[in-house]
Design a protein around this ligand. Structure first.
Ligand SMILES: NC(=O)c1ccc[n+]([C@@H]2O[C@H](COP(=O)([O-])OP(=O)(O)OC[C@H]3O[C@@H](n4cnc5c(N)ncnc54)[C@H](OP(=O)(O)O)[C@@H]3O)[C@@H](O)[C@H]2O)c1
Length: 295
């Protein structure tokens, strides 16, 4: 198995790369000159907006599968930088899907629970997406492009990801939260936002399994616990040995200048539990795994 992971230095990619089976040949692409961690990995410096470099690299590597994590994943940044978000999240994904089709490579695209408007709950793969912010709109269009390029491609919709960076850094709210709690600072969480958080270790294992397996189509990768972010914050504080009193409930509308967020984008993970050997975990189990120090 030859795997290529985009977004090498990101949060989710770190977990994928740390868990690839030992007999796989693994390639990572990222923008920086030096990889965050190069353990047993062939690193290629590629900006996804550089179509020629992207094409040449893919044709040289000829991977069996690509897990495409690279994106502008910051919802507020996307809202304020729509042209850049469009270029990376949609156009570069389309380029990648075209190249993968040409070389008959499976593409596993990291989408998001944010594709749903939040008016329902426990969304299944058959529910219809409806974007309420620009980030979601880019992800919905990218999903359509990826899925129409090949029946073997996958749109994996990730729920809110919790965990500590394993390699590199990236977008881990847990790391930031622990830093604040260590300094005795309060941490605010919207109580009106309901999610089904997935731990980054389970997520990395599930994405590797999807890359190597026969499944094609849409799949939700989420944890088994449906919880609002405030209660989630309190559970994390308890589990990491901090006082719950530092966790403050707010409403999304209390955060000025924030892009709109869906209230309840809890995902049903029944399909993942049927298709995957990787077990989907409760929040409690996921936190134990993250804090176990195994990775
Ligand atoms: N984290 C979550 O809670 C969550 C939830 C749902 C879905 N997702 C999706 O899951 C995926 C991974 O998320 P993440 O949390 O790992 O994000 P992340 O830590 O922000 O990583 C994204 C990576 O994409 C890379 N990238 C951005 N533009 C690029 C370009 N033009 N060329 C090459 N690389 C580029 C970034 O590279 P640099 O390091 O050079 O900036 C970064 O390393 C994303 O598609 C995100 O939308 C994440």
């Amino acid at each position: 198995m030859k795997l290529l992971v985009t977004g090498f230095n990101g949060f989710v990619a770190g977990s994928i790369l740390a868990q690839v089976p030992k007999d796989w040949e693994v390639h990572g692409i990222g923008r920086s000159t030096i990889p965050a961690d190069g353990r047993n990995i062939f690193y290629h410096q590629v900006d996804l907006l550089d179509k020629i470099n992207l094409r040449n690299s893919l044709k040289k590597i000829m991977p069996d599968a690509v897990i495409h994590t690279a994106a502008i994943a910051n919802i507020d940044y996307c809202e304020q930088h729509k042209t850049e978000a469009e270029a990376i999240n949609v156009s570069a994904t389309a380029d990648l899907a075209n190249i993968c089709k040409e070389i008959d490579t499976k593409l596993v695209f990291c989408s998001t629970d944010a594709v749903f408007d939040g008016h329902k709950k426990n969304y299944t793969e058959d529910d219809t997406p409806n974007a309420i912010n620009y980030y979601a709109s880019t992800k919905i269009r990218a999903e359509e492009i990826v899925l129409s390029a090949s029946k073997k491609n996958i749109a994996a919709r990730l729920a809110l990801v919790i965990g500590l960076p394993i390699m590199g850094k990236g977008n881990s709210f847990l790391a930031e939260m622990i830093e604040k709690l260590k300094k005795g600072e309060a941490v605010k969480f919207p109580a009106n936002e309901i999610r089904t958080p997935v731990d980054v270790i389970t997520l990395g294992a599930a994405l590797n399994e999807l890359a190597a397996g026969d499944f094609g189509g849409i799949i939700h990768l989420s944890g088994n616990t449906r919880i609002n972010r405030y209660e989630m914050g309190k559970q994390i504080a308890r589990k990491t040995g901090f006082s719950e009193e530092k966790i403050i409930a707010i409403d999304s509308s209390d955060i000025p200048g924030r892009a709109p967020r869906s209230n309840d984008v809890s995902l049903s993970n029944n399909k993942a539990r049927n298709v995957l050997k990787t077990p989907m975990l409760s929040l409690e189990e996921g936190l134990e795994l993250i804090l176990s120090g195994k990775f």
